[in-house]
Design a protein around this ligand. Structure first.
Ligand SMILES: [Zn+2]
Length: 301
């Protein structure tokens, strides 16, 4: 039985407009739609008067201008960054320059090197937070208080931000309603991602607001479906290995029927992420260092 994920793709918004989406929460969507960003980056504003901005978004002048215009007469005191992909953090520089706000994030982009071929939106190597945030840290402003939840996997520096009083979790790209997350090594790590999904299952958040797409009102069911989906994919990869497909390319051919050519590289990176996780657990090994080019096989015991 294939795992069914109830994707949520119904999304009403208007580009360039800061709109109230819940009590104390506003959102403006950047005009950077794409295969990994859905309709675009959702920049959240929390509070009224003295506010926090979560993920100011890509380096798009019109987006920054619309955000600042929407907040005319208010003060941005905090800029929170879920992770350093180019659709999330680059606009922090312009928003900080305009407001004097401090930036908060886990740390600079890590894993790989500047200029590596990018899947998804690529890393923002220019961002470094003013304040380095760790798991469980509290970030408080006027009328709101966040708890940081370190959720490595999509990137090693990924954070979710909870508002414990209202049961809200800003889930970044770790858990989205419209799609699964891209896990692309070396910065993406499947073992860490699965542990970060388990970590959310251990919490009691009532609703997730991801950076892309609409809110997720039954988040625990959604997280459970993602875990089941990855376990199913893992089983499929092991079947491919048993059937003689030993390389990432061959496994992608067998596993992803009807895949759009533009998503082929991302699929390969995802299969590679699973193979690295399986290797770390002693279930598969490879004929040479566990790169995307290696031959993999199941360990027989
Ligand atoms: Zn991302």
């Amino acid at each position: 039985m294939a795992v069914e994920i109830q994707f949520r793709r119904e999304f009403s918004f208007e580009y360039g407009r800061l709109e109230r989406v819940a009590p104390g929460i506003r959102r403006i969507v950047a005009r950077n739609p794409g295969p990994f960003t859905f309709r675009g980056t959702g920049t959240y504003v929390v509070g009224d008067g003295e506010v926090a901005v979560i993920d100011p978004g890509p380096d798009l002048d019109e987006h920054v201008a619309a955000l600042l215009a929407g907040l005319a007469g208010e003060q941005i005191t905090h800029i929170l960054i879920t992770h350093t992909h180019r659709d999330h953090s680059p606009a922090a520089a312009a928003v900080k320059a305009a407001s004097g706000a401090t930036t908060w994030g886990f740390g600079p982009h890590a894993g790989g090197r500047r200029g590596d071929p990018a899947v998804e939106e690529g890393g923002d190597w220019d961002f470094a937070p003013d304040v380095r945030v760790r798991d469980g840290d509290s970030i408080a402003g006027k009328g709101w208080r966040f708890e940081a939840v370190h959720t490595p996997g999509h990137t090693s520096n990924h954070l979710c931000f909870a508002l414990p009083e209202s049961g809200v979790l800003f889930s970044g790209d770790h858990v989205m309603g419209w799609s699964t997350s891209v896990i692309a090594p070396p910065d993406g790590d499947m073992s860490a991602y699965m542990a970060s999904l388990d970590k959310l299952l251990g919490r009691r958040d009532a609703v997730y607001w991801p950076t892309h797409g609409p809110a997720i009102p039954e988040p625990q069911d959604h997280v459970r479906a993602f875990i089941a989906h990855r376990r199913e994919r893992e089983a499929g990869i092991l079947e491919c290995l048993d059937a003689g497909a030993e390389r990432v390319e061959a496994i992608v051919d067998k596993l992803y029927l009807g895949l759009e050519p533009g998503l082929r590289r991302a699929a390969g990176r995802s299969v590679h992420a699973h193979l690295l996780d399986l290797a770390a657990r002693g279930i598969v090994d490879s004929d040479r260092p566990a790169t995307i080019e290696a031959h993999y096989r199941r360990v027989r015991r």
